[in-house]
Design a protein around this ligand. Structure first.
Ligand code: PMP
Length: 417
């Protein structure tokens, strides 16, 4: 027995961990646990009102008829559903996806749709095929934490572009592009969430969309449009997708996570022809194919259920919760706080007075049984410590009210009011 083998198991484990540290590829340095993940354990304790997570409210789903649909799928189509499938995705689902996108003005051919394991995988794959280490990705300030995770995993540098209540500011985009170019760096794409932004809660004004597209086309910068919330507008309004206004320079990402169910992990990318081929090759090497069973289930659901009626039900649920959050904020926030007023989606973006650091305050908030995500999680550059994201999608209106009340108390303590 060698001296190493005779050591107690605990010590062996310590040693092998160190050995692995030396083996990791350099790009793993950019892979760190998101602040949201670290929060999940504490925030899921029942006494804590979590305004942190972005989980859809699935109590509105028709579980009984879904159980019947699952049984039918197994009985009628089991041989296909349990088998490998095409890397690009099931053809009938790709056809239906084009119909879903038509609701936001997109004309597309099913051949240009690639089904992915949630739109998160599409984000990862798009970054993989475009970004070398050091390439610049432009993203709104703040931006979606999962996208920032993919950008950093491929060692892309994120340059944030300011937003206001009408979304991305075209002048700020121009300035960012010029600054990056004069630093001699290469911008690979602009990542944007035009509708019901996560985490900012704002929507890009329609007048700005053409301008943003024109600026990107002029600078030869691809646009990556991420639109998981587009059908969740509370006044039933949809906005024209950027892809509907430019078919050549936009890669569009969609998802069934917010309109149906996130556990199925079915999303998609719609890309110009040449990009689509690379996407298929890249996703094939990652997963062989997206899950056939889940794709066929989504396909049957779209064909046999009133799925648009279900989306309407979701809109009603979330709109009631948005109202609960906005009125509680009015009631309980101390002077000097401001917040966005979303017309759809899941999130409010709160700015607190100077002197409060939302990241440092979080442990105290959790002690007071309320959780949120600090604004720093949504920035790749350390900004956001005076902001936080508040999600209204999951807790009931009563819990939202109570959570915001507790948050108000924590903030007042912090400000010594
Ligand atoms: N983009 C945005 C803006 C999101 O908010 C989310 C989910 N929180 C995703 C992409 C990923 O969604 P999914 O992988 O479930 O399709």
């Amino acid at each position: 027995m060698t001296s190493q083998e005779s050591q107690p198991p605990q010590q062996n484990r310590g040693r092998s961990l160190d050995a692995h540290l030396n083996r990791y590829a350099a790009r793993t340095a950019g892979m760190t646990a998101s602040e949201i993940r670290a929060l999940f354990a504490v925030a899921s304790r029942p006494e804590v009102v979590s305004l942190a997570g972005g989980m859809p409210n699935l109590s509105a789903l028709p579980m009984d008829s879904l159980a019947t649909e699952v049984a039918r799928l197994v009985a009628e189509d089991g041989q296909v559903a349990f088998q490998y499938g095409s890397a690009q995705g099931v053809p009938e689902l790709r056809e239906q996806i084009t119909e879903v996108m038509a609701l936001e003005g997109i004309r597309a051919h099913p051949d240009d749709v690639v089904v992915t394991v949630g739109s998160q995988m599409a984000l990862d794959t798009v970054t993989r095929i475009f970004c070398d280490p050091g390439d610049v990705v432009l993203a709104e300030a703040p931006s979606y934490v999962g996208a920032l995770g993919s950008f950093s995993a491929y060692q892309a540098e994120v340059v944030h572009v300011a937003m206001d209540d009408d979304g991305l500011i075209p002048d700020a985009l121009r300035a960012a592009l010029e600054a990056v170019h004069s630093a001699g760096k290469r911008v690979k794409f602009l990542y944007t969430i035009p509708n019901f932004h996560n985490p900012a809660g704002v929507t890009m004004a329609v007048e700005r969309r053409a301008e943003v597209l024109e600026i990107c086309a002029r600078h030869n910068v691809l646009v990556l449009e991420d639109n998981p919330y587009g059908l969740l507008g509370f006044d039933d309004q949809t906005y024209p997708a950027l892809r509907s206004m430019d078919e050549e320079n936009v890669v569009y990402l969609g998802s069934f996570s917010k309109t149906f169910a996130p556990g199925l992990r079915v999303g998609w990318a719609l890309a110009p022809h040449a990009v689509r081929e690379k996407l298929v090759l890249a996703s094939e090497s990652a997963t062989l194919c997206p899950p056939t069973f889940n794709q066929l289930l989504v396909s049957r659901y779209l064909a046999t259920h009133d799925w648009q009626g279900q989306v309407k039900t979701y809109r009603e649920v979330y709109s009631e919760r948005r109202d609960a959050m906005l009125s509680a904020l009015e009631q309980y926030m101390p002077p000097g706080c401001t917040w966005t007023k979303p017309d759809g989606g899941f999130y409010v973006w709160l700015t607190v007075p100077e002197g409060v650091d939302t990241k440092a305050m979080l442990p105290r908030a959790v002690t007071q049984r309320v959780a949120y995500v600090s604004g720093t999680a949504f920035h790749g550059d350390g900004f956001g410590s005076r902001q936080m994201r508040l999600s209204f999608c999951y807790p009931t209106p009563e819990r939202i009210h109570e959570g915001v009340r507790r948050l108000g108390t924590v903030l007042r303590d912090e400000l010594e009011l």
